[in-house]
Design a protein around this ligand. Structure first.
Ligand code: BGC
Length: 458
């Protein structure tokens, strides 16, 4: 049952990756149909992260009153509307508006789906199940590349309007998300928070595949109840900015800052450019290398899913930060020395980089942002963490082409490498070990004011 729940929620991740990636192949045919200035192109591309920023904040506050399921249903409707609008757009302005709507959908779903999965999952499988969400993101990116390619092949000599089919393809997973969520219930934790105890018991039993009067279900509900009672006792419950919650905010926002400033989307969005700069002289060669990156990203995310609840979160983060720092530094050094082997160093370096990212920096921020906040402020806390994700995402994607021109590849990759190295220190100093712990135990430790990074390491 829990796998079905995770699979449905993960469709949101697929849509996230798909709607992000689809523009890559759509830009060329779009430029045949409309005249698009550089500014208009930037604004149209930026509409998604911008909309996502607003969507994430809004969803953070709505996940309480509307429920996790309610927000995901609303996001599914926005995904369908946005895709339809984009497919039927009469010009660049309306396409930009459509992408803003898609951004709203992505932002709200990207925050709520990991929350939904984490609150349904048993503690010992939580990492793997939320990582399935990251897997869906990577599959969505790859799926978008394939659909773009397929449409171009099918439309043959006359690619005008082909972009409409690329955007329209997003309607299929969006409908699947809506239908799937309509058939599921909300999480036991949210139901308890709303005082719907009987429903919570029924859902918890179904998720654990045990009878409703099972002892484990009673224990889980009692645990949630105790946390809620504790939260009510405080003056209006813990506030997001209270000193007790601050360590959680630092971990969740800090991990997304590091994830984005590691340069991941400079690689995902601009891989052909990077390969071109490092000596892959044909466009086809660069594209092939790019698809290779996408495939390694998917494959290594699967490896990450398998090991994430076995190796601790902290060790895995350190492995990821060291791997990304070393591979980026190698490319930076090769680029600055003008080495004749730069093409190969870049290819091997980027494969190692993506592999290290995919087992660690990719999934872990999503997993940990769903784990560290107390129930009372979980929605708003995750909303703020997502703002860090989208804000720094936009910053990197915008500044990368400019920086590349101003200071060159070696300096930019050198900067990304330094950020990854700092990630090691951040992890050791601030990140708790949440593997296998119940969300209620994590919360009890945090709100007791004990050093957060000491959690789970006794
Ligand atoms: C990041 C995205 C990135 C993707 C790549 C996600 O965890 O948040 O910004 O594009 O991983 O796989």
């Amino acid at each position: 049952m829990i796998w079905i729940v995770a699979a449905v929620a993960a469709i949101a991740g697929f849509l996230f990756g798909f709607d992000e990636g689809v523009i890559a192949g759509a830009l060329a045919p779009l430029k045949q149909d409309f005249t698009i200035s550089a500014t208009a192109e930037g604004v149209m591309t930026a509409a998604v992260p911008l909309g996502a920023l607003v969507g994430a904040l809004a969803a953070g506050y709505l996940a309480g009153p509307m429920g996790r399921r309610g927000v995901l249903l609303a996001a599914a409707i926005l995904f369908v509307l946005g895709a339809l609008w984009a497919a039927l757009a009469g010009g660049v302005f309306s396409l930009t508006m459509a992408r803003l709507v898609l951004g709203l959908a992505i932002g709200s779903a990207a925050m709520t789906a990991p929350l939904y999965i984490a609150e349904c999952a048993p503690a010992e499988k939580r990492g793997t199940l939320v990582a399935a969400y990251q897997l869906a993101i990577t599959l969505g990116i790859l799926g978008a590349y394939f659909i773009d390619d397929l449409v171009i092949t099918l439309t043959g000599d006359d690619p005008s309007d082909s972009w409409r089919w690329m955007f329209a393809a997003g309607i299929v997973p969006a409908v699947a998300l809506g239908v799937g969520m309509a058939m599921l219930t909300d999480t036991p934790r949210w139901l308890m928070q709303k005082g719907r105890r009987d429903e919570a018991r029924r859902v918890a039993a179904k998720l654990a595949e045990v009878p409703e009067d099972d002892r484990a279900v009673a224990a889980e509900l009692a645990d949630i109840e105790a946390r809620l009672a504790e939260e009510r006792r405080g003056p209006g419950g813990p506030s997001l900015l209270s000193p007790a919650v601050r360590p959680a905010l630092i971990v969740a926002m800090g991990l997304f800052l590091l994830q984005q400033l590691s340069g991941i989307n400079a690689v995902i969005y601009f891989a052909p450019t990077v390969f071109g700069l490092t000596g892959f002289d044909t466009h086809a060669g660069a594209m092939l290398a790019t698809v290779g990156i996408g495939v390694v990203n998917v494959a290594m995310t699967v490896v990450g899913m398998i090991i994430i609840d076995r190796i601790g979160r902290r060790s895995l983060l350190v492995i990821g930060f060291v791997g990304t720092a070393v591979s980026l530094a190698a490319i930076a050094v090769a680029a600055s020395s003008g080495s004749g082997d730069l093409g190969w160093v870049a290819l091997i370096g980027l494969v190692v980089y993506i592999a290290a990212f995919a087992i660690s920096l990719g999934p872990l921020p999503w997993i940990m942002m769903a784990e560290v906040f107390p129930l009372a402020v979980r929605g708003p806390g995750m909303g703020l963490a997502s703002v860090a994700n989208w804000g720094f995402n936009a910053l990197v994607v915008f500044s990368f082409p400019v920086l590349l021109q101003a200071v060159g590849l070696s300096v930019v990759f050198g900067l990304f490498a330094i950020v990854c190295a700092l990630g090691v220190f951040f992890t050791l100093r601030y990140v708790p070990e949440t593997r296998g712990a119940s969300l209620e135990d994590i919360e009890a430790h945090l709100t007791a004011g004990r050093p957060f990074a000491a959690f789970g390491r006794a």
